[in-house]
Design a binder for this molecule. Structure first.
Ligand SMILES: C[S@@+](CC[C@H](N)C(=O)[O-])C[C@H]1O[C@@H](n2cnc3c(N)ncnc32)[C@H](O)[C@@H]1O
Length: 240
């Protein structure tokens, strides 16, 4: 069984699985950039966003959990790893870092390439190959963020979710997303349920920062997402 089969089997508690699994498999192995919404973020933007939420090495990052829902080429993950390891070194290298990062990617070859980049980064930071492989395996998850079971809550959620118009989402998958996410309303783009699921996974005093279009803050399809903003939460749109 390869990584793809394992990831899809992890999502088989779905009624009417086959067309959904087929659609996910198609996206994972044979989709273009538009269908996956694959546009990667520049390092300076990533650093700005990690600073914005306070994910910095002078904090104790070894006891925090960070989620990247669609990691692509890994710009957020690699920058987060560098900050996490720096924080860990400042605290005497005692904590196990396996639970500190959880990152998901749907596209198989993108997943595999980024897995190599993260291993290489860990080796550059002084980790033995076996430990680099163990941590990378614990951190990087292959699958559909909107369908995969994800344990626990996160203190930080960061990323740049996929922007995909509904016309490009396979019908069976769109139906399953609609069944699970009330914010996938009217013509809502795929980034909208990404925000919903990320908010659901955010710890009570957690911090989340996403690159996204601001259309949902004003238009019809953004209504259910706006209504979801938890009391006491603060949403600050920034133009950069
Ligand atoms: C806009 S890119 C951003 C990548 C990365 N976060 C960054 O900022 O550079 C979106 C990524 O989401 C992935 N993706 C698309 N649908 C997904 C899904 N349902 N679950 C997880 N990842 C997905 C795409 O393959 C692509 O790599």
């Amino acid at each position: 069984m390869n990584d793809l089969d394992i990831a899809l089997v992890g999502q088989t508690s779905l009624p009417g699985l086959c067309p959904i699994a087929e659609a996910v498999q198609q996206l994972a192995t044979d989709s273009g950039r538009d269908e996956r919404g694959a546009i990667f973020t520049r390092k300076e933007v990533v650093d700005f966003m990690l600073d914005l939420v306070g994910y910095s090495a002078d904090q104790d990052l070894t006891s925090a959990r960070l989620l990247e829902p669609s990691f692509g080429g890994g710009e957020f993950v690699v920058a987060a790893v560098a900050r996490l390891v720096e924080s860990w070194k400042r605290r005497g290298c005692v904590a196990d870092l396996a639970a500190c990062i959880y990152a998901v990617e749907l596209h198989q070859s993108t997943f595999e390439a980024t897995r190599e980049s993260v291993r290489a980064k860990l080796k550059e930071l002084g980790f033995e190959a076996a430990e680099a492989a163990r941590l990378t395996q614990a951190w990087l998850h292959f699958g559909d963020f909107l369908l995969a079971p994800i344990p626990g809550r996160f203190d930080f959620v960061v990323g740049n979710p996929p922007y995909v118009r509904q016309e490009l989402i396979p019908a069976a998958l769109l139906e399953e997303y609609r069944r699970r996410f009330s914010t996938l309303y009217d013509r809502a783009d795929l980034y909208v349920p990404f925000i919903e699921r990320s908010l659901n996974l955010l710890a009570e005093s957690g911090q989340m920062t996403f690159i996204c279009a601001d259309r949902w803050t004003k238009n019809k399809y953004g209504g259910p997402l706006r209504a979801k903003s938890p009391a006491g939460s603060h949403c600050e749109p920034l133009s950069i």
